[in-house]
Design a protein around this ligand. Structure first.
Ligand SMILES: [Zn+2]
Length: 421
């Protein structure tokens, strides 16, 4: 089993996330669990949890309201949304329970719409930004499954913005793009170099793939094009890449092998509001149909982590690093002091790991460098006597001796600011 995996990784670019994922012990796959179903190790789970916390906290600041909805629902829900005929080939077969049929959800939209419909809504509540870290399941051909980039179960940083009218929808598309650019900046991704915009259009002739309403396609495609032109950013237009319910602005990224995939997306939907009767009471006290924006701030957690592993070559910024500080002892005389230091870091919420093995210091440093730990604390006789610590930064940078408090101040600031080095 282990050997098979090794063979699969042979010949891949050393920066490929599948290679680094195994080297850094971030995730794995098991034939017994199933193809395209990643298992997150303790270290990978740390990266994922930090990212998920960041998404929820940041989106909340931007006015999104996070909810939870089930991973499974009756097939009738996807028939109502229209996903069923359009997405049938990428959905899993229905599961029969009692005399009803259920599906593992391929998308979150209809779940959020039912939540919106749970009570009457006023124009005062709009725009309503319903967000969720949603677990989704899609059937992908085994030949296209690629590490964490293309999987069969994933977690989408999803949201649906219910807007009163096109004016609100336009400003919500802009807000979603602002949020995406903000998130990308935090990760250190640069527009043009690391990601680029694509306007994904429908195909009026293909009534099987796209909802049949040519005037609505004309209007919404123009709206998204105008938004991109006003933002003064370069973009490509690509036909036949829209969602079945409307056009999209996709943010595309390339992996280490040059293969392009959609990382984030903002979509205009002129179809679901009428299918679901997503109405609200307007200022005049009358029922009015809403407009919906589907968007993902950082896309699928799996896919963005794959891109980030490759982008950083496994050397995550401190806030995302599974182990932030490695404590290295020179001899066994420093073990007690090292354990005290370890406890102090733990108590301050810094992820720390102690290497008190009998290896030489040189070997311990090489191991910590290979694990891409951002900081190493070296403890010898002098450090114990002076009640100090010697600090090394990843990349063989010696920062010298300092007090525990001074270093804690430095690393805490870098974690808070999500500093990249
Ligand atoms: Zn959606």
């Amino acid at each position: 089993m282990k050997q098979d995996k090794q063979e699969e990784l042979e010949g891949l670019d050393p920066r490929d996330h599948r290679v680094l994922g195994q080297q850094l012990d971030l995730f794995t796959f098991s034939e017994t669990v199933g193809k395209g179903l990643p298992l997150w190790t303790v270290k990978g789970a740390v990266v994922r949890r930090e990212l998920e916390r960041f998404i929820v906290d940041e989106e909340t600041k931007w006015g999104y309201q996070h909810v939870y909805t089930p991973d499974i629902a009756k097939i009738d829900l996807y028939k109502k949304s229209g996903h069923y005929p359009y997405y049938k080939d990428s959905m899993y077969a229905p599961i029969k329970i009692d005399d009803e049929e259920f599906m593992l959800r391929p998308m979150t939209c209809p779940h959020h719409f039912e939540l919106f419909l749970s009570r009457p809504r006023s124009y005062r509540e709009l725009p309503l930004r319903i967000a969720e870290l949603a677990k989704l399941y899609r059937y992908e051909l085994s030949g296209v499954l690629t590490g964490l980039i293309r999987v069969r179960s994933f977690c989408l940083a999803d949201a649906h913005v219910i807007c009163a009218d096109d004016e609100q929808a336009k400003s919500e598309v802009c807000l979603a793009l602002d949020l995406i650019e903000h998130m990308a900046k935090v990760f250190g991704l640069k527009m043009g170099d690391d990601y680029f915009y694509r306007l994904s259009l429908g195909d009026r002739g293909n009534k099987e793939k796209y909802y049949d309403d040519p005037p609505a396609w004309d209007k919404s495609e123009k709206m998204l094009r105008d938004i991109l032109e006003n933002r003064n950013c370069k973009f490509n237009e690509v036909a036949d890449e829209a969602a079945f319910y409307g056009p999209k602005i996709d943010i595309q990224m390339k992996n280490i092998n040059g293969k392009e995939d959609t990382a984030f997306t903002v979509q205009y939907d002129f179809c679901m509001p009428s299918k679901f009767k997503l109405n609200f009471i307007n200022k005049k006290g009358k029922e009015q149909q809403s407009v919906v924006i589907h968007r993902s701030s950082i896309g699928a957690v799996e896919r963005i982590i794959a891109f980030l592993i490759e982008h950083y070559a496994g050397a995550f910024p401190v806030w995302l690093s599974p182990v932030q500080v490695k404590i290295l002892t020179i001899s066994e005389n420093q073990v007690d002091y090292a354990k005290k230091m370890e406890k102090r870091f733990f108590e301050k919420g810094v992820r720390v790991e102690l290497d008190d093995s009998s290896e030489s210091l040189g070997k311990k440093i090489r191991n910590a460098e290979a694990e891409k730990a951002p900081y190493m604390i070296v403890l010898g006789k002098k450090e114990v006597e002076e009640e100090a610590i010697s600090v090394r930064q990843r990349g063989e940078i010696n920062l010298g001796t300092m007090t525990f408090e001074a270093f804690l101040g430095k690393i805490s600031k870098e974690i808070k600011n999500k500093t990249i080095f």
